[in-house]
Design a protein around this ligand. Structure first.
Ligand SMILES: C[S@@+](CC[C@H](N)C(=O)[O-])C[C@H]1O[C@@H](n2cnc3c(N)ncnc32)[C@H](O)[C@@H]1O
Length: 266
């Protein structure tokens, strides 16, 4: 792979939100990495950085900082202008499953700060192909040229209609990296992620075009049985995948379902 050159960095910040779809046109070049990072793999080499002063910091903050400073994906995200190391998780999934292609219509749920949206824009190339990237999060983000951002809680009543209105037609890919902040109670954290995944699946089943794909963050052990059964009825192939950028000490995995059948289940 030719290493992508450095792209300008964007940072998460306030934008006029409250549920309005904000389309980011092609003129601003502020947010998208300059080249595709297809097959990007930062590898593990580099200089180890030590957290110099622990004064006044909690042990958990020191560990977090230490991990951030020495994480090759964090460094690579910085170098390539991605807003989050999570971008490499989508790159890993897409390189394996070929989900994003020029001209596709993509919905990105739980998009902030925008790494997945940047990767989707790079690969769908909305500005030249007529594809679309519609991103949603309850946290506002700086615009990402080529995408439309909706600042809403996905669980709010108006969210599905806002997304459908922005799409203006069926979607090819619905992907969800949504996660509520972990509270540290394993069972509760798990249930919250499953709940988000279920709602995302219900939405995907409504808007996907035949042969479309659904990606959702789940926790180790995969999706809950009921959800998995429902997903298997609706899709030709269902996988659980852990992309290389997903930390090995994290229970996070991704459900990747392809070949949407558009079967009526009720
Ligand atoms: C792991 S981050 C996503 C990272 C993102 N994929 C990226 O590449 O930068 C999870 C996101 O899910 C969002 N989220 C959690 N619950 C949500 C909800 N109910 N509606 C919308 N977004 C939600 C959070 O605000 C957070 O930004």
């Amino acid at each position: 792979m030719t290493p992508p050159r450095k792209g300008p960095r964007g940072k998460a910040a306030k934008s006029g939100g409250s549920g309005k779809a904000a389309k980011s046109g092609g003129s601003g070049k502020a947010a998208k990495p300059a080249k595709s990072a297809k097959n990007a793999s930062p590898g593990g080499r580099g200089i180890t950085v030590r957290v110099k002063t622990a004064k006044g910091r909690k042990i958990s903050s020191i560990r977090w900082l230490d991990r951030q400073l020495n994480d090759p994906y964090v460094r690579e995200a910085e170098r390539l202008g991605y807003r989050s190391r999570a971008a490499f998780k989508l790159i890993g999934l897409d390189d394996r499953f070929n989900l994003l292609a020029p001209g596709r219509r993509v919905v990105d749920l739980g998009a902030a700060p925008g790494g997945w949206t940047q990767v989707a824009v790079e690969r769908v190339r909305p500005e030249t192909t007529g594809g679309q990237v519609i991103a949603l999060d309850l946290t506002p983000i700086d615009p990402i040229p080529g995408s439309t951002f909706i600042n809403l809680d996905f669980l709010a009543d108006e969210a599905p209609d806002a997304l459908k209105a922005a799409l203006g037609g069926p979607a090819d890919v619905v992907m969800s990296d949504m996660a509520s902040p972990a509270i540290g109670h394993t069972k509760t954290d798990h249930l919250r992620i499953v709940a988000l995944c279920e709602v995302a699946f219900a939405f995907a089943a409504e808007v996907l075009a035949p042969d479309g794909a659904f990606i959702a963050k789940v926790l180790q052990g995969g999706a809950e049985n009921d959800l998995l059964t429902a997903v298997k009825q609706q899709f030709a192939k269902v996988h659980h995948a852990k992309p290389p950028a997903s930390r090995s000490d994290s229970a996070e995995m991704y459900l990747v379902a392809t070949g949407f059948r558009a079967v009526k289940t009720d």
